[in-house]
Design a protein around this ligand. Structure first.
Ligand SMILES: *Cc1c(COP(=O)(O)O)cnc(C)c1O
Length: 312
């Protein structure tokens, strides 16, 4: 593993002005931080969550990284791509039965050399059981001491610390934005952004859009991720569109019209829901938002879009 090579991903990501009919009408300045453009394979927020995990693995002389995810997981995809690029053995523990037809995500992962293990939903629930992990590792010919284990989504302390570098990657100047909007799965990315904002942009509010149904528990998770209760963020829990990876006709039509107007593809699992929530908030809180300067973080995930037809 060549640690210097990680530097190749320490590059600026573009911030792009967005113009849509609804943002014009609301009188806001809307920009998008294009983490989806960071790299063709190691996309979006997942690189920032992996970065310090890979450095840590390297420093601890681990030769392999193991992590967990679903068959369309952006995290598994990014980990497999990073492992391939930087010469790290990767092991993916995948939720569900091996289907006769591999998903496009897992085809890529396998092509990049990731070793895949499948766990039934029942076994996946006990995925942190050391005996279970040891069994999977021995099937991969690895010893536990050789392996750095990263939780699902890359959402550990090292993942949060990587996400504290996201606004710097966008060269986002302090004081530029009134609000920063982004999607929340585990909330680790929001935690990193909120920590940066609390230190460098005290007047900026961070707005997270939960993509899971019933995500009120996430507020406590985010406090754990930040290791102190910050008051500069809000979590919106009413824009899940039925739950994780669920979509509605209204969401799909917003994604299509956004792509036509702004020329930017959105994934329906994460950033699509953020734009939907933002558009709705601009309409329902028009007076509050007039003249506000807003940044949306496009967290990537477009590879997972290949699965949307199958998931419905
Ligand atoms: C994983 C993911 C998220 C959610 O990140 P969390 O840190 O788990 O909240 C958001 N957007 C995309 C595209 C993702 O793949």
């Amino acid at each position: 593993m060549v640690i210097e090579s990680f530097v190749s991903l320490d590059r600026p990501v573009p911030v792009q002005p967005i113009c849509t009919e609804w943002s014009e009408q609301a009188g806001v300045t809307l920009d998008m931080l294009r983490l989806d453009e960071l790299d063709p394979d190691i996309s979006g927020n997942k690189w920032y969550k992996l970065k310090h995990n890979l450095i840590h693995a390297r420093e601890q002389d681990k030769t392999a990284v193991l992590s967990f995810g679903g068959a369309w997981s952006n995290h598994i995809h990014a980990l497999a791509a990073a492992g391939h690029r930087f010469g790290i053995t990767t092991v993916g523990v995948i939720r569900g039965e091996p289907s006769s037809e591999l998903t496009a995500t897992l085809i890529d992962a396998r092509r990049w050399g990731m070793q895949l293990h499948y766990l039934t939903w029942a076994d996946y629930r006990r995925k942190h059981d050391p005996d279970l992990i040891d069994k999977l590792l021995s099937q991969s010919g690895l010893l536990p001491e050789q392996v750095h284990i990263v939780p699902e989504g890359g959402s550990n302390r090292l993942g949060v610390s990587g996400c504290q570098g996201i606004l710097a990657a966008g060269r986002v100047p302090p004081g530029r934005y009134d609000e920063i909007w982004l999607a929340c799965g585990t909330g680790a990315t929001l935690a990193g952004i909120a920590l940066t904002a609390s230190e460098t942009m005290p007047d900026t509010r961070v707005k997270g859009v939960a993509v899971l149904k019933g995500a009120d528990f996430l507020r406590a998770d985010i406090d754990r991720h930040t290791q102190r209760a910050l008051s500069n963020w809000t979590l919106l829990t009413d824009y899940h569109h039925g739950g994780y990876a669920r979509t509605t006709e209204a969401l799909r039509s917003l994604i299509i019209s956004f792509e036509q107007e702004a020329g930017i593809p959105l994934d329906p699992v994460y950033t699509g829901k953020v734009l939907f929530a933002l558009k709705d908030s601009l309409r329902t809180n028009a007076a509050h938002y007039r003249s506000k300067r807003l940044l949306v973080i496009h967290t990537g995930g477009l590879q997972g879009r290949r699965g949307m037809v199958m998931q419905r």
